[in-house]
Write a protein that binds this ligand. Sequence first.
Ligand code: AKG
Ligand code: FE2
Length: 222
Amino acid sequence: MKEMTSVQMDFLLPDTRPDHVQLDSGAVLLPGFALQDAKTCMLAIDHITQQAPFRKMSTPRGGQMSVAMTCCGTFGWVSSSHGYSYTKVNPSTGLPWPKMPAIFKNLARKAAQKAGFAEFHPNTCLINAYSPGARMGLHQDRDEGCIDQPVVSLSFGLEAIFLWGGLKRTDPTRPILLKDGDALVWGGPDRLRFHGVKPIRSGSHIRTGATRFNITFRFVIP
Ligand SMILES: O=C(O)CCC(=O)C(=O)O
Ligand SMILES: [Fe+2]
């Protein structure tokens, strides 16, 4: 039987969400924040992946991630059977990570500013590509060596249910719908909250097809 895939046509509808949603004292959702720059960001991803192709990395527990990843910026985040780390060189190519494009840096800094974080100097950017079914388990972003600066995340293409948890793994989670062009910023008292992404539902997006892209910016201690 032919599989049913929904075509996400909600770009035809007006987005009635407010443009600033405070989730917690240090966590803000900015619906549609990067929508106008979506096309430029997709071109930037194409350019980066020509130098640093997407790949599904191994996990320390012996599995394989369902999300395909690559990085740009001074540092890139790497997972392997040895653990998680930030590196200056991409182990898959032996080359430094591609430069962070100006459009990424500008969007990240503007989103942080809008969320109340005046000082944000990202030196690493993780690019996640989710196909339908791909997910990310609950985790904290804590490999950066400092938590003074926030995390800024931009979402494009297929929508996701993001799970926003607490400071303990067992704390309850809140589902947050992340759509094309949305920005999510968390820092300060919320910097170490657990979060994850539910399996992406199948669908086709006008700009990205059957893919959700997420671009996440952080500052890593050199
Ligand atoms: O894809 C997302 O929205 C979240 C990604 C994430 O949590 C991460 O890369 O650490
Ligand atoms: Fe994360």
